[in-house]
Ligand binder design. Structure first.
Ligand code: WT7
Length: 626
């Protein structure tokens, strides 16, 4: 089987045009494309286009085309936060009606093809309806994770000029209420361009509605038809924008297209997970991340699968919750993050063993390197040694899986194994020279693939500069990797100033920008530190303005400050007050040293001779937090 994988992979590289035009048959086209990839990563002639003359509608691909053959199949199972509450189920036919109604509400409220619609929603079925409704009318959705602050939300809306936002009164997570509508009210004070707020009633919690701006979804939906013809879209028309952290302070709006992205989401879903109808597939991500886009909504629905959407958290009200949900809905494939596994592993085997899990066929992980201990626990305890694990490496930018096992690929704990069809990974040294054989280096991708991002919203130059300038002619992932003697890839982690906290990407510069906005802070430097559950934690070095006294109250105030500025995921785990930061004579902060101190590798600080003031380091080491 692996041989056939190898042969197919080779063909995808040798005959890309015929390979991809054949694969394009997976989708239902209004106009079938006659061209596959047309691209160049060279600066003079930089462009990336796939299936350029193809025309399709993504929502019709995810819904309408299944109606004749499986209209009564369950498309979405929704499991609520509260285990006592009733799950909901929507067949493809019901999904069609819901999405059409949602689309008609958007239209009635003035949303047009090409408009950017922000989605700031909890994990309720309406979140999926909202995405598909945008796709249906050709509006570009920009989902902002419900855990982001009003500031972060306003910044993202302003960046893509989004005047329309869809939200809910509140969300529910782990028995707590998350005030979403209130957050939008606050964001509207920061970004005055918010013209309309469509509010889904989820909890019934009290909210204030501003007449003329705020609309209740249930009221608007009462008057619209349950039929809405899908808008024909060019393959290269944007489907969505999703903001992600990079090495600079400002998040990038990653742009994905209609044709190439959907093909990638659908093909990787079908292949990596070997999906077989009528299995239940469960991806535990939030819809606010790319994993939720590709493997809760677009991939599964494009394949006519049954996808499970979970409102809650894996360990509430009991550490067995995730396994109980598996049993309750007879989940065949569970796709989750190593951080969730590590936190559940701490609770011991009993909560797992108290459940059956006999429906599980396949286990998946994503988001960060999985340590072998967590891999074995997943395999031996969760999967009772029966189910293979697919450790899928990819990024927001890649649209879907890039290096991943298939269900029958022989695995090694901690390796994402082999490249997906059409993916040509290379390892380069720091000077851009290719390294061959078993080796370690910067992971780059040497050719375009259909699901790759097409741009940074509103900043073409930034797209090129971020991904194609350091190593000319290839896509730079920002990750390091090792390749072993079998050609298997082992992702070693980011090589830039991005850290991976619980499988979520955080730019250190973003946290630094938030810290220096505080009136007591003169300067800040943020690095990653090892964290046994989150993978990486956030370690902040803070220099205070003169006259400000460092104390625990201020430390807490600064953590709360960042939480408010960006969101809970950005909260520093450690704050060290530093009278000075280690700098070169030209004033550049030496992060290498800060990283070592945060990691506790005091003995291995390396060369400090280029420091302007070596005494700074002694103080940092002495006052290390940990
Ligand atoms: C970064 C991308 C891909 C969706 C979720 C995160 C890290 C992702 C793996 C994996 C090792 C991984 C990389 C990558 N990463 N999957 N299986 N093994 N590392 O998307 O927020 O865009 O982050 O996550 O460092 O660059 P993202």
């Amino acid at each position: 089987m692996t041989d056939s994988r190898g042969a197919q992979h080779q063909r995808s590289l040798d005959e890309p045009d015929s390979f991809w035009l054949e694969q394009a048959d997976r989708l239902d086209w209004i106009e079938t494309p006659t061209r596959a990839g047309d691209w160049s990563f060279e600066e003079q002639d930089f462009h990336i286009r796939w299936f350029e003359d193809g025309v399709l509608n993504v929502s019709a691909n995810c819904i309408d085309r299944h109606l004749a053959s499986r209209g009564d199949t369950i498309a979405i199972i929704w499991e609520p936060d509260d285990p006592q509450a009733e799950p909901l189920r929507f067949t493809y036919r019901e999904l069609h009606a819901e999405v059409c109604r949602f689309a008609n509400v958007l239209k009635a409220e003035g949303v047009k093809k090409g408009d950017r619609v922000t989605v700031y929603m909890p994990m309720i079925p309406e979140a999926a309806f909202a995405l598909l409704a945008c796709a249906r009318i050709g509006a570009i959705h920009s989902v902002v994770f419900g855990g982001f602050s009003a500031d972060a939300l306003a910044g993202r809306m302003a960046d893509c000029g989004s005047a329309f936002v869809i939200t809910a009164d509140e969300g529910r997570r782990g028995g707590k209420r998350v005030p979403l509508k209130a957050c939008i009210d606050e964001a509207a004070g920061i970004f005055p361009g918010i013209e309309k707020v469509l509010v889904v009633r989820a909890t019934g919690g009290a909210v204030t509605m501003q007449p003329g701006r705020d609309i209740w979804y249930h009221e608007a939906a009462a008057g619209v038809s349950a039929d809405c013809p899908p808008e024909p879209m060019k393959a290269e028309d944007p489907l969505f924008i999703l903001y992600t952290s990079g090495s600079t302070g400002k998040p990038k709006g990653v742009v994905h297209t209609s044709g190439g992205y959907l093909l990638w989401a659908s093909l990787t879903f079908a292949t990596t997970f070997g999906y077989r109808a009528p299995e239940v597939f469960w991806c535990t991500a939030d819809i606010g991340w790319v994993t939720g886009h590709s493997y809760i909504v677009y991939g599964p629905l494009a394949c006519g699968a049954t996808t499970l959407m979970f409102e809650g958290v894996p360990n509430w009200p009991t550490p067995a919750r995730i396994w109980q949900v598996v049993d309750r809905h007879r989940v065949a494939t569970l796709y989750t993050a190593p951080t969730a596994l590590r936190s559940l592993m701490k609770e011991g085997d009993d909560p797992v063993k108290a459940t059956s899990r006999d429906s599980l066929r396949l286990l998946g992980t994503v988001g960060e390197p999985i340590n072998p201990e967590a891999w074995r626990w997943y395999h031996d305890v969760v999967g009772d040694g029966r189910s293979p694990i697919v450790d899928t490496w990819w990024q927001t930018e890649t649209g879907g899986h890039m290096i991943t096992p298939f269900p029958d690929t022989p695995t090694k704990p901690g390796s994402a194994t082999l490249p997906f069809y059409g993916v040509e990974p290379r390892l380069l040294d720091g000077d851009g020279h290719e390294l061959h054989g078993a080796t370690e280096g910067n992971l780059v991708i040497a050719r375009a693939w259909p699901g790759m991002m097409r741009g940074v919203w509103g900043d073409e130059q930034r797209f090129f500069d971020t991904y194609f300038r350091t190593f000319p002619g290839v896509y730079t992932t920002g990750d390091g990797a090792r390749r072993d003697e079998d050609g298997y890839y082992w992702i070693t982690g980011r090589v830039d100033d991005v850290i991976n906290v619980s499988g979520h990407r955080m730019g250190t510069a973003e946290v630094e920008s938030a810290l220096v906005l505080h009136h007591d802070v003169a300067e800040a430097a943020v690095v990653g530190m090892p964290h046994d559950v989150k993978g990486q934690g956030i370690y902040a070095y803070v220099t205070l303005n003169s006259g400000i006294e460092p104390n625990d109250a201020l430390r807490k105030a600064l953590r709360d400050w960042v939480r408010r500025e960006i969101g809970p995921i950005a909260t520093p785990d450690a704050v060290q007050f530093a009278p000075g930061l280690p700098k070169t004579r030209s004033g550049k902060i030496m992060r290498r040293i800060l990283r070592k101190i945060a990691e506790g590798e005091i003995a291995a600080l390396g060369d400090t001779s280029t420091l302007a003031d070596p005494a700074v380091v002694d103080d940092l080491v002495k006052n290390r937090v940990g």
